[in-house]
Design a protein around this ligand. Structure first.
Ligand SMILES: [Zn+2]
Length: 257
């Protein structure tokens, strides 16, 4: 049965379809990932012009069909275009990574209000010129938590320690947790040296896991801490997804591959 609906939506993917249509993929709070066709979007000035763009926060009206998961997007109202992040290469690259992560991590009919709020928070941070590295670390550490893949950072998985003597720590993607330098040497399966974490970085990530979202922007990472964290998150995400996320390659020196 066909039905109509209305929802906030962040555009995470756009592609041309034929002469005049667009296929738009959104992330929505109640619905999760939603793929829709906007008929005449390349022609219709009134309904869609400049709205169906990557990163835009919209209120969309849609209709579902009975035979396909593709919905028909009938109207889109712009809530926030995030104009500033489109003018900075790094902010744009950071927002593109957020979209690609959502495309790969989320599913249709599997919404999460908190993940939606986190996406809007992260895009707002980038739009306001907050540090790209910090924003990407905070977004991903919280996203993993919401998806059920919270990294275990409270101590070494083997000896339980979290102290200067154990540094640098290494993160094991296959075990979702830390190994201290002593236990890490005896283990196989730990990631190479470039994904090591200093004790101060581990402490920052622990804070990032537990602070209320509205206080997250108080955390500040040094360039070294952001790089260590992002390298760890990149390795962990690649291990979990079993696939590369291309947008990492546009983030230059923010994270090692
Ligand atoms: Zn240990």
């Amino acid at each position: 049965m066909a039905a109509c609906g209305q929802t906030p939506a962040v555009v995470i993917g756009v592609a041309d379809h034929g002469e005049s249509d667009k296929i738009v993929t959104c992330y929505c709070p109640g619905l999760g990932k939603l793929k829709g066709i906007a008929k005449g979007a390349k022609r219709s000035r009134k309904r869609f012009v400049n709205k169906l763009e990557l990163f835009s926060l919209l209120e969309i009206q849609y209709a579902t069909g009975s035979r396909t998961s593709l919905v028909r997007i009938d109207q889109a109202e712009m809530l926030t275009p995030f104009p500033t992040l489109r003018r900075s290469y790094d902010a744009y690259a950071g927002a593109a990574l957020i979209c690609e992560l959502l495309l790969n991590w989320t599913r249709e009919n599997d919404g999460d209000d908190e993940l939606f709020a986190l996406v809007v928070w992260a895009l707002t941070q980038l739009d306001q010129g907050q540090p790209v590295g910090d924003t990407l670390v905070l977004f991903q550490i919280r996203m993993l938590d919401l998806l059920g893949y919270r990294p275990r950072l409270h101590g070494c998985l083997e000896c339980g320690g979290l102290a200067p003597a154990g540094a640098p720590y290494r993160f094991s993607p296959s075990r979702s947790g830390l190994l201290c330098s002593r236990c890490g040497c005896r283990q196989t399966g730990a990631v190479p040296d470039q994904a090591s974490l200093s004790l101060s970085t581990v402490m920052l990530l622990l804070k990032a896991q537990d602070l209320p979202r509205e206080k997250l922007s108080r955390l500040r990472f040094s360039p070294a801490a952001a790089r260590e964290s992002l390298t760890m998150l990149r390795h962990y995400g690649t291990y979990l997804l079993q696939r590369e996320i291309y947008s990492w390659n546009h983030l230059g020196c923010l994270a090692a591959g």
